[in-house]
Ligand binder design. Structure first.
Ligand SMILES: Nc1ncnc2c1ncn2[C@@H]1O[C@H](COP(=O)(O)OP(=O)(O)O)[C@@H](O)[C@H]1O
Ligand SMILES: [Mg+2]
Length: 260
């Protein structure tokens, strides 16, 4: 566990912390504006913890659009995505709208609120999928992995059904977090869209079973993935995104057939 620092809003304008509020370029005016947004969101403190770093502070994650940190509110811990000032997005509204749609079919961290520069959501206290898989050892490893993969594919199918394309699942080392109770969460709906064909299942299969470092690891650990058959079933699924066609994909991956 890394050391954590809990900083109340009153201290956030100290340069060290304000630098995170307007990452990657410190700007006092912008930091003040953002502080007001945090007040509106009823955030009481930011918690710098996690295995990633932004400057020399620990954070949950860092991407091209945002820095994600834990925040404390009167109703508990949440995760907040802070829009980077160099992000090529004018605000967080699009992502909030996409996440809301995902939430409507039970997917993603729950969205709580949004402002121009912040997205307040459920904190997923867990481990990114590749690390979660490598950390599993001993009896039950294979069954444990299969259960999670099955659940991930099911979630991707639900997104396909809802017509919401995540957009970044074909290479998703940072976009699936497995919570401590072994529930996988798909995160980052920033590039999601309802205006193109949803290809979440085919993208995630590409990542999990065909073309990535993780696919190699999984191939070794599971040994039951029939790649040729999988590619064939994916082709059929692409034409018709039905539950039956999804089940054929699961079978080709050696995963259980039944989806509840
Ligand atoms: N709700 C959350 N709970 C915990 N960690 C999160 C949450 N949302 C995102 N993260 C972590 O922060 C990282 C960066 O967030 P992300 O939304 O991917 O930002 P970007 O759009 O900049 O890529 C993610 O890859 C993930 O590891
Ligand atoms: Mg991301």
């Amino acid at each position: 566990m890394h050391r954590k620092e809990i900083i109340p809003l009153e201290r956030l304008l100290e340069q060290k912390y304000a630098e995170i509020l307007c990452y990657p370029r410190y700007d006092q005016k912008e930091a003040e504006k953002r502080l007001h947004e945090l007040e509106r969101l009823r955030v009481k403190a930011l918690e710098f913890a996690g295995d990633k770093k932004a400057f020399d502070l620990h954070v949950l994650g860092k991407g091209y659009v945002g820095i994600v940190v834990v925040v404390h509110t009167s109703t508990g811990k949440r995760a907040i995505k802070i829009r980077r000032i160099d992000a090529d997005r004018i605000g967080m509204q699009h992502e909030a709208e996409m996440l809301k749609r995902a939430n409507d079919v039970g997917i993603g961290p729950k969205l709580f609120d949004v402002t121009d520069n912040f997205l307040l959501m459920q904190f997923i206290d867990g481990t990114r999928l590749p690390e979660w898989i490598t950390a599993l050892k001993g009896r039950g490893t294979k069954a444990g992995i299969q259960k999670i993969l099955c659940e991930i594919l099911k979630q991707c199918w639900q997104l396909d059904e809802a017509g919401l394309d995540h957009g970044e699942l074909s290479n998703a080392p940072k976009h699936i977090i497995v919570e401590t109770d072994d529930t996988p969460y798909i995160v980052d709906f920033e590039t999601a869209s309802c205006n193109r064909k949803a290809s979440n299942v085919t993208s995630i299969c590409q990542y999990l079973f065909i073309g990535s470092q993780l696919a190699k690891t999984l191939g070794r650990k599971l040994r039951e993935i029939e790649t040729t058959r999988l590619i064939h079933t994916l082709r059929i699924y692409k034409q018709e995104q039905t539950k039956e066609n999804l089940e054929n994909i699961l079978v080709a991956c050696g995963l259980e057939r039944r989806i509840n």
